[in-house]
Every structure is written in C-alpha cells, then in structure tokens.
Design a protein. Structure first.
Length: 74
C-alpha cells in the first residue's frame, strides 16, 4: 500500500521561487491553468509594474511538457 501522493507546482525566476502550489493527488489541466492564471500571471504583472512602472519590458515563460499543460485532442 502506498502513501498519499502530492503534486508540487513551482514558478521560478532568476531570483528564486515566485509562486508555489502543493496539492494532494495529481494536477489536471484545470488546476494547472488556475495556478498559472491566479498565481503566476498576477505575480509577474506586479513584478513588472514595480520594476518598470509599465508593461513594456520582455518576459519569458517556459512551461514544462506535463500532461496538464498539453491540450488533448477530441
């Protein structure tokens, strides 16, 4: 019998972790999308606003090829 499994979703920058979510069980597409939209995007916008006072600087987001980030064909 196995113990409880957890999924860890980190968002990393060159300065360290900017967002983190730990959930029991697997991460599905909806949970992954909520993490990106609710935690990562809002934090990135805040960081860019503080650094540049405008959204004119560049930002690169790399998403791992997890099952949650890959749309499934019908």
């Amino acid at each position: 019998m196995r113990g409880t499994r957890y999924t860890i979703l980190p968002a990393l920058s060159l300065d360290g972790i900017i967002a983190l979510d730990i959930m029991e069980g697997s991460c599905d597409k909806q949970k992954f999308k909520e993490f990106i939209m609710n935690q990562v995007v809002s934090i990135v916008i805040d960081i860019l606003f503080v650094i540049n006072r405008s959204l004119t600087c560049c930002f690169i987001m790399i998403i791992d090829s997890t099952n949650a980030s890959i749309p499934r064909e019908a």
